[in-house]
Design a protein around this ligand. Sequence first.
Ligand code: KIV
Length: 290
Amino acid sequence: MSTFTLDTATSRATPTPVPGKRMTVPALRARKAAGKTEQPIVMLTAYTMRMAQLLDPHCDLLLVGDSLGQVIYGLPSTVPVTLDMMCAHGAAVVRGSWHSLVAVDMPFGSYEASPQQAFDSASRVMKETGCAAVKLEGGAAMAETIAFLSQRGIPVIGHVGLTPQAVNMLGGYGARGRSEAEAAKILADAQAVADAGAFAIVVEGVLEDIATQVTREVAPPVIGIGASAKCDGQVLVTEDMLGLFERTPRFVKRYDDLAARIVAAVETYAGEVRGRSFPTADQTYRPKPA
Ligand code: KIV
């Protein structure tokens, strides 16, 4: 439950931080002990201060996903997303949260060339946003980079299975692991990322058996999206689960239909503006009584 304080400069209610400690990387990692996670990890994407404020009390992890490319900027994929975008949104989400661990996605082209490039980009993200961790896509090919970052104080979340930044290689966003070779590669990728020091691993868009096997076999918590309820935690794109888009992937459960509710509210507003029934006396200023 949040309480609110009035920001007198803006007349807006700002959630009052609940005294306590922000989730840490070691605490999150420790959720999985001896291969078991008693308390599944709750993770959602957030790109803005206000959304972070609303999600934060209910989440363990807020991900500033590069899915903001499509969700916020209307880009065709995550490929054009830049470090500048991730830093601006990452800083807003850190400002809007006090409880969840905030992780920021490394955008395409900012980390793949070398461990040094990844360190330069990730350290910039951490300095400019105040986030506690970064996430990067890729399996065995990224293991050296994940080890390089982890050993230098940059906690990393791995991301295997369907890796949206590789959409041009994959040819689309279909589920991965339908052939034996592909399934074996996903398992090997997850193991490589775990061995390299990732403190958690996102497994996206894979056949359920693969997700459960990865969850059983790797030591760090596995956070599923389009994966399995048996993973150590779940993540969704918040705008998808709130029903802000007419079409969402099959693995998304819509917990609301915000698009319909927004359209209804805006239709009412437009009608009232056109009919001059808004604003009323309640929303207009009068001289103060003498
Ligand atoms: O960018 C993103 O939102 C993600 C999640 C879907 C895991 O990577």
